[in-house]
Structures are given as structure tokens and as C-alpha cells.
Ligand binder design. Structure first.
Ligand code: SF4
Length: 486
């Protein structure tokens, strides 16, 4: 039986692992959290969970598979989640039981400590989780899930500090990798970002309440005002009285994930003070400068290639057109597709606008090439529809290295760019030309005028460069080679 969560129609993209949300000081934290998670659904469609606290009813939680709209719109579910403080999580698994996720791996996780309960929701990936887990189990911890994030709860349980925020600091000082965490006690909402700030975390205000969310689009949906990003290495502790800021880690230069700008974040979100949409448009403009080609039409691979295609068109002067139309109603229509439907693959989701492309030289703009499987099918569809030429322009450099910081990537040997040169990839995809934006061009598009500083890169770009800002220690122990071959 095919599991709908494995998304057989969209298997050639990197997938963001999680989105987090938290709110305090509102009448119904669960309602706000459900809306916030709905806005963050693109960061994880496999499962979602909400934990709340109510002074009379204590802690309550609901964790389920499927979309937020399917669970957290049901009145009988929402009635079990009263209280003015809550956190939530949407998940697409990378750590934990991959593929066949168990409900025990669905966050937020909850722990009962001597000073009261606490729940945490984690976006990112702990690169030393296997060693930590081994150590904790040897010392008596009993794990409830296979998720790396549960290590944090056990490390907190072992701390001798007297309150939850201090215990979290102790725990997180042992953790390596990427984390943006939203946590809660009975009265406190806590947000933390790892010292490199790999994954995003936003702070907002709604009425007298406070909000934390992976992206600003989750603030917009509840009418919250965006105040600022939680800074790399910062912990914010929020009560009804306001926000206090802590610096529990040794200060480092930030290395935010540059792929958030290219693909993961929603185009209506703000990152680093600029709209994700306009950054993607700037990427398209850079791509047009770096890789011009004589053609009749610029078409996006919808939806994620759209802003870059508009940028390419504006810069090159070549008309923009919707040569490929996306079926917006894929959803769960084919929850358990039969073999014959599954074989239709990408055609279920994308269809070529034949009348538009026939006889034309087409520039197709996509955000990335991972395995190349979808790119090949799209090229076939465009040629079947009568296009004269197909030129691929890709809004990110070749993805040649796996991510260990909270993004699901295939193993290195499955990444097209890890095994082929650019010309080999072009032949493999069967297109007239194939060009990727350069790493410097990408840096310029995100606002670094002089491009990438090779001595001290401003972002994490490891999936393009092999330059990992935090050594994935457990993976290295297992023989993973860190450096790109010169
Ligand atoms: S390796 Fe790539 S996807 Fe992962 S955090 Fe770095 S830039 Fe982002």
C-alpha cells in the first residue's frame, strides 16, 4: 500500500523538516496555534501537534498525522485544548522513523520535571544526536520516540538547575547542529536559536499576547505584528509581562540557511529584513545576467520557480508566460493511488499549456535540481507539446551535498550534481542548455554585494559547497567525507 505521506508526486525536492509556533497571553492559544501551523504547513505536511496549558485543566495535547486543517478545525479536538499559552509543530520527518513515522515521533514533546511540566517543539537537526542518545540511554534515560529532539528533554531532566529556562540552557549547550526551538512551561513561552542561527525564528505581538513562529507568514494569519527575528544564539523567555533576552552560548558568526531564501520559506514571508519574494526575483535577475540565452518565452516550473522566472523575464526582456499549469487541488485526492495513476507521475500535478509553447524556444526556470527525475519529465512534457527548444535555468547552484541541519536530502550518490558534471547533467536531462546560478550570484541576490566571502561565508551553503558550518560529528564517525573534492 502506498503511503500518501511519502508524496509520490513530489519526490524531487529538498524538504524542510519542520515548522514551529508558540503563543502566550491570548484567550485561546490553541486557535491561534492552529492558524499559525496552517500558515506553516509548507514546512511539514506529515503530522502536527499542539500542547497547551490551562490554569484549571493543566497541560493538554493533541498530536495527529495529516494536515492541520483536517485535525485542528474539529470542534471536539479544539475543545480539549483550552488555555492562554500553547505551542505547536508541523513535521516532515528527517530524523526519527523515516517514511513510516510513528505517532510517538510527532511533536511537541512533553516532560514532567520537579518544578513542573515543559513541552518543546524543534525545527532543525541535532548532528550529535546518536552519541547523545547512546550516552543518555547508558545513564538510564528511557526514550519514548526515535526523534533526535527528545534528547533535549532528557538532557533537561539531568540538569541540576532550578528552573526550566536554565535547564534548557544546560541541555542545549550539549547539543550540536541546527535548532530553532519553541518551548513552554505553565506560564512561560521560550524561543531559542542555535549559535549559527541556521533555521529561522520570528517574534511578534498580538494584542497583549506574544508569538513565536518559524516564519512571518504565521504572524500575518493571526493579525500579529512582526517585531524582530530571535537572534542567532539568543534565548527569549516570554511571560505575560514581556520578553527577556538571554545569551546562553558562546557567540559565533551566523550561518543562516541560504536555501530558506531560495525555496523553503513562503514568498510572502520576511527574512533578514527583506521579502522572500523579492529575493527570489533578484535571484532570477542574477541568473539572467549570468546565463542569458536567446529564446521566445520564460516559463516557471510552478509554483516555487515563479518569482525567479519573473526576475529572469524582467532582466532579459523576454516575455514571461505560464507555460506550465499546476493543479492546485492535488491535496490528498489520491491518498492511495493505484499503480496506473501513480505512473502518470508529474502529469497529475503539472500540465503544459500547449497552445502557448508550440513552436517556441522556452526558458524553464526552476528552484533546484535534486535527482533530476521531475526535471526530465517536465522537459518531455514540454517537447511533447511541440516546443522548439528547452533551456533550463536553475535558481540555486548544483545541489551536490546532503543537508544535516533539518532538511531531507537524498544520500549523496543520489544527488545528480554529486555524480555528474554540468554538461553530463544537461545530456542526462536532454535539454538544449542547462545553467545554474553561481554561489556568488546567489549571495549577491540575497544582499551580499561582493558575493560569497570564501574565507568566512555569510550563510550556510553546505549543500552547494560541501562547507559544513557545524561538523556532522555522528555522520563523520560513520565515514562521511566532509570536504568537496578540489
Ligand atoms: S546544507 Fe543547504 S539546506 Fe541545509 S542548512 Fe545548509 S544551506 Fe540550508
Amino acid at each position: 500500500m502506498t503511503d500518501w505521506r511519502s508524496t509520490p508526486f513530489d519526490d524531487d525536492k529538498l524538504k524542510e523538516e519542520c515548522g514551529v509556533f508558540g503563543v502566550v497571553g491570548v484567550s485561546s492559544a490553541a486557535n491561534f496555534t492552529a492558524l499559525g501551523l496552517h500558515a506553516l504547513q509548507h514546512r511539514g505536511q506529515e503530522a502536527g501537534g499542539i500542547v497547551v496549558h490551562d490554569p484549571e485543566q493543566g497541560f493538554n495535547s493533541v498530536r495527529r498525522f495529516g494536515y492541520v486543517r483536517d485535525t485542528f478545525t474539529q470542534q471536539d479536538v479544539m475543545d480539549t485544548l483550552p488555555g492562554p499559552i500553547g505551542i505547536g509543530h508541523v513535521r516532515y520527518s528527517t530524523s526519527g522513523s523515516k517514511g513510516a513515522t510513528a505517532i510517538r515521533d510527532v511533536q511537541p514533546f512533553f516532560g514532567e520535571f520537579a518544578m513542573g511540566g515543559a513541552a518543546i517543539a524543534h525545527n532543525g537537526n541535532i548532528t550529535n544526536a546518536a552519541s547523545l542518545r547512546r550516552e543518555l540511554i547508558e545513564r538510564g534515560s528511557i526514550f519514548q520516540s526515535s526523534s533526535d529532539s527528545e534528547c533535549i528533554i532528557h538532557l533537561m531532566a539531568r540538569s541540576l538547575q532550578r528552573n526550566i529556562p536554565e535547564r534548557m540552557k544546560d541541555a542545549l549547550r550539549r547539543v550540536e547542529g541546527a535548532f530553532s526551538i519553541v518551548a513552554m512551561t505553565r506560564t512561560k513561552l521560550i524561543g531559542v536559536r542555535d549559535p549559527l542561527g541556521v533555521r529561522p525564528l520570528m517574534l511578534g505581538q498580538v494584542g497583549d499576547g506574544w508569538v513565536l513562529a518559524s516564519e512571518t507568514c504565521a504572524l500575518d494569519i493571526i493579525g500579529a505584528e512582526f517585531l524582530r527575528e530571535v537572534e542567532p544564539g539568543e534565548m527569549v523567555v516570554i511571560t505575560a509581562d514581556g520578553v527577556t533576552s538571554h545569551r546562553p552560548f558562546e557567540q559565533k558568526k551566523s550561518r543562516f540557511c541560504i536555501f530558506e531564501h531560495v525555496y523553503f520559506s513562503r514568498p510572502d514571508s520576511i527574512l533578514g529584513g527583506q521579502s522572500v519574494y523579492s529575493t527570489r526575483e533578484a535571484i532570477g535577475r542574477e541568473l539572467a545576467k549570468e546565463a542569458p540565452v536567446d529564446a521566445d518565452m520564460v516559463c516557471p516550473v510552478p509554483d516555487s520557480g515563479t518569482p525567479a522566472a519573473i526576475g529572469y523575464s524582467l532582466e532579459s526582456g523576454i516575455p514571461y508566460a505560464m507555460g506550465i499549469i499546476r493543479n492546485q487541488y492535488m491535496g490528498r485526492t489520491f491518498i492511495e493511488p493505484s499503480e496506473s495513476i501513480r505512473n502518470m507521475g508529474v502529469r497529475l500535478k503539472l500540465n503544459v499549456n500547449r497552445a502557448l509553447v508550440r513552436g517556441k524556444r522556452i526558458i524553464l526556470v526552476d528552484d533546484s535540481v535534486v535527482r533530476g527525475t521531475t526535471s526530465r519529465k517536465i522537459k518531455e512534457m514540454i517537447l511533447d507539446a511541440g516546443a522548439a527548444e528547452v533551456h533550463f535555468r536553475i535558481a540555486s547552484p548544483p545541489t551536490a551535498w546532503p543537508c544535516f541541519y533539518g532538511v531531507d536530502t537524498p544520500q549523496r550518490e543520489k544527488l545528480l550534481a554529486a555524480t555528474m558534471t554540468a554538461e553530463e547533467m544537461r545530456t542526462h536531462l536532454g535539454v538544449d542548455s542547462l545553467k545554474f546560478i553561481s554561489l556568488d550570484g546567489l549571495y549577491r541576490a540575497v544582499g551580499e554585494k561582493n558575493g560569497r566571502d570564501p574565507a568566512s561565508p555569510q550563510y550556510c551553503d553546505a549543500c552547494f559547497s560541501g562547507d559544513y558550518p557545524v561538523e556532522p560529528s555522528d555522520q563523520v564517525q560513520n565515514g562521511f567525507q566532509l570536504k568537496a573534492a578540489e
